[in-house]
Design a protein around this ligand. Sequence first.
Ligand code: ATP
Ligand code: MG
Length: 370
Amino acid sequence: MGNDTKNIILTGDRPTGRLHLGHYVGSLKRRVELQNSGEYDDIYILIADDQALTDNADNPGKIRDNIVNVVLDYLSAGLDPNKITICVQSALPALHALTFYYMNLVTTARLSRNPTVKAEIQMRGFADEGLPAGFFAYPVSQAADITAFKANVVPVGEDQLPMLEQTREIVEKFNRIYGKTLVLPKAMIPENETQRRLPGVDGKAKMSKSLGNCIYLSDSAKTVKKQVNGKMFTDPTHLRIEDPGHIEGNVVFTYLDAFCNDRHFADYLPAYANLQEMKDHYCRGGLGDGVCKKFLIQVLEETLEPIRAERAKWENHIDDVYDILRDGTLRAREVTNETLSEVQQAMRIDYFNNRNIIKEWEKIIKEQHI
Ligand code: ATP
Ligand code: MG
């Protein structure tokens, strides 16, 4: 029981759309590095379709359609099904059972305090329309996901920190009441501050599928160009090239913070040795937004072009994509069922694993007659 020796990762995404640059810097890029590091015994990537239904109950078709998009994005970004397991949440019944038990270990007051859920409730208009109970409680189902795989490391963006905190509280409470059974996980967030929460092209707090402010990993070069040149928020006070510019809140520079390195300058913009020099010039005045955007597009294309090419290959083999997902899900089903058995045993609700309880019941009945 437990997992004191193994290094196991669980992370995942909601299949509410194609994956975007925020996913890439916040989690996906790190997953590929961890996969290739050889330091982990198991890496599980969960496509959280049940969680996606908590705020899309009226549109299950959207979730069904996007499962394939998310797997295609994984494979094209470099996740290798020979090294990791990709699986679908709804096909893992142990997760549902665990969620149900963990619900008893949290209070509604505690769930109400989750800042990410609070912000999402506002964003989705649930404050006015009424809040689905499933959405309110989705952090509990995330605790089920993480613990079912016995994950000790969870690589995520910053918005997920409250979920990890909630999971740790559930694990501690469970282990206190029922005996040490669950593994206490920790979050792994990007070191680069901008990568922890990449803003949208419109400058809004977070690039998010639900906000429509994304550059998708599968966008064509033409679309990327259009998003950067046409939509990206810069400095509204920087009207003429000579005017002094501002970096703060200027999305072009935020993205450069997240994506560019000194080598990019040598290759595409040798007038500067590094980003600081470029920023200094922009702030002094004399550097136009057009030059900055052109450079950003070149930098982004270095990440996006290989992903796009890889996706084009996989798109012709959807049957292989299906098999990868099915095989991964069957493997994940075994692992999560095993954890559920351990949990039920710890909770003493494992009535039908063996016939031992018959002896206990017989004893009780006998004593009742004394
Ligand atoms: P939705 O709007 O449906 O919630 P989303 O764009 O927020 O979609 P999720 O599937 O909820 O994407 O998030 C998956 C993972 O990607 C999480 O680990 C999350 O922290 C990370 N992530 C999502 N958006 C960003 C972002 N803008 N910057 C950094 N990480 C992000
Ligand atoms: Mg989200």
